[in-house]
Ligand binder design. Structure first.
Ligand code: NAD
Ligand code: UGA
Length: 461
């Protein structure tokens, strides 16, 4: 294909990672043509519309500035493969739900399909970049598929895991802590690595671009997510102790985080972590360790997931016991359904677990969230209970016995809680699963307040 562009980049998978990462490359590198393809016609149509399928602060502006110039969204995967020099693969890699490794190992069917598709359509050498998070040695498997029919075309597979967090994806992509590129340590491998380094060097300082062998790169991604989620489970486990002993988790986290060896980030006690990746990536690591007979190591990391489940369960149990041991027929408003603020993503959101448990207790739910109601409706479509979805938090709280704050949206901090209190059934309860509200003030208004890892403030004797 004749083109005025220096490189033709393709990304297979137009999801939360593929869309924003490719938008950033196109934005920073007008000299490259970037195409994002997906099997989902609906997703591609959304990327081509004004209402993008992913809510991410700053994304709209960037996409708008490059779409149709050097960023294109399409369903023509075959053509995309033919026309490209570099192919990023950013398809989903969920936990396997069947057969060997069910509930733990990665389901690699989408990944393998993509490899076969590339093999079928390619007519010239390609660099394949593994962007999805994959268990160690997947790049090797991909290489095997790509060389399986003695194709004369050379494919060089690189690992380039993505570290962005949702809600801050644009910041993270524009100013990453590091970019990691794993390659074969062969002449061809190192050459391909340098091509990818050149792309990132358009905006990322060289000292933040780390290179390694492929397996170390794949493993580093799983380990980074394991370490991050371990911090949350660590602080959440201590929040349970604080609640029993009247210590304050915010004070403890602050005091601990001041130690520069520990650091003060990522120590917010919460209702539990969610998101599409933490659970699946730790479970992947656990599976890998068991596979290699490292049972103690596997059990250690599995503990992170177990504490997370314990924390979500504890939150619901606390609601039940505080509200006189019955939730039957009580109306509870969930403030927030996204797995964190500034995203509409609800995958593995603690809100799903909490909603299901509350409905099992026969509570009636009113769910509110500024961005995630559409996903919440899908997540709860088969739930056997009374659930409604209301965008306005005032309307959502009216007539409720309790509010359970699950997502730390800024807007919840500045609501008129006197008005909310007046509209609720008394005694009125707030369970602040994120510790973002002004608890003393709410207590003065008349609420009974149950934060995470702090003494409850109640008007009961
Ligand atoms: P996603 O589900 O949002 O997007 C994946 C897309 O791939 C979907 O649109 C799907 O239709 C498409 N797809 C699947 N098979 C395909 C095929 N054969 N051909 C073309 N398209 C296909 O997933 P995501 O959140 O973008 O995650 C992608 C990968 O990135 C995962 O491995 C994930 O672990 C990793 N990751 C995610 C995040 C995050 O914040 N979401 C961050 C870092 C890494
Ligand atoms: C996480 C990592 O932060 C990214 O580096 C990684 O690329 C990504 O997973 C991935 O591989 O998918 P993400 O899940 O988007 O990003 O969001 P986080 O900000 O890490 O939050 C994860 C969960 O932990 C959320 O539910 C959040 O509310 C919770 N959390 C986070 C806490 O409960 N306490 C904290 O202090 C921080």
């Amino acid at each position: 294909m004749k083109t005025k562009f220096e490189k033709n980049i393709l990304c297979i998978g137009a999801g939360y990672v593929g869309g924003p990462t490719m938008a950033m490359i196109a934005y920073k590198c007008p000299q490259y043509r970037v195409t994002v393809v997906d099997i989902s016609h609906k997703r591609i149509a959304e990327w081509n519309s004004d209402k993008l399928p992913v809510y991410e602060p700053g994304l709209d502006e960037i996409v708008k500035s490059v779409k149709g110039k050097n960023l294109f969204f399409s369903t023509e995967i075959e053509k995309g493969v033919k026309d490209s020099d570099i192919i990023f693969v950013s398809v989903n890699t969920p936990t396997k739900s069947f057969g060997v490794g069910a509930g733990m190992a990665a389901d690699l069917q989408y990944w393998e399909k993509t490899a076969r598709q590339i093999l079928q359509s390619a007519e010239s050498p390609k660099i394949i970049v593994e962007k999805s998070t994959l268990p160690v040695k997947t790049a090797l498997a991909m290489e095997r598929i790509l060389t399986s029919n003695n194709s004369r075309i050379h494919f060089e597979v690189l690992s380039n895991p993505e570290f962005l967090a949702e809600g801050t994806a644009i910041q993270d992509l524009e100013n990453p802590d590091r970019v990691l590129i794993g390659s074969n340590q062969t002449e061809n491998g190192l050459k391909a690595r340098d091509v990818l380094v050149e792309i990132y060097k358009n905006w990322v300082p060289s000292d933040r671009i780390i290179t390694s062998d492929i397996w170390s790169s794949e493993l580093s991604k799983l380990v980074a997510n394991a370490f991050l989620s371990q911090r949350i489970s660590s602080i959440n486990s201590i929040s349970a102790l604080c609640e029993k002993t009247d210590a304050d988790i915010t004070t403890v986290a602050r005091a601990v985080g001041f130690d520069s060896r520990i650091g003060n980030k990522y120590l917010n006690a919460s209702v539990g972590f969610g998101g599409s990746c933490f659970n699946k990536d730790i479970l992947n690591l656990v599976y890998l360790c068991r596979h290699y007979g490292l049972y103690e190591v596997a059990d250690y990391w599995e503990g992170v997931v177990k504490i997370n489940e314990y924390q979500m369960g504890r939150f619901v149990l606390n609601m039940l016991t505080s509200m006189f041991n019955t939730l039957t027929g009580k109306k509870i408003s969930l403030f927030g359904f996204a797995f964190k603020a500034n995203t509409g993503d609800t995958r593995e959101s603690p809100a799903i677990f909490i909603a299901k448990r509350l409905v099992e207790e026969k509570a009636e739910l009113v769910i509110t969230d500024p961005e995630a109601l559409q996903n919440a409706r899908i997540d709860l479509k088969n739930i056997d209970g009374k659930v409604s979805f209301i965008e306005d938090p005032y309307d959502a709280a009216a007539g409720c016995h309790a509010i359970a704050l699950v997502t730390e949206w800024d807007l919840y901090k500045n609501l008129d809680f006197e008005k909310i209190y007046r509209s609720m059934i008394k005694p009125a309860f707030i369970f602040d699963g994120r510790n973002i509200l002004d608890h003393n003030r709410l207590f003065e208004i008349g609420f009974n307040i149950y934060p995470i890892g702090k003494p409850a403030l109640t008007h009961f004797e």
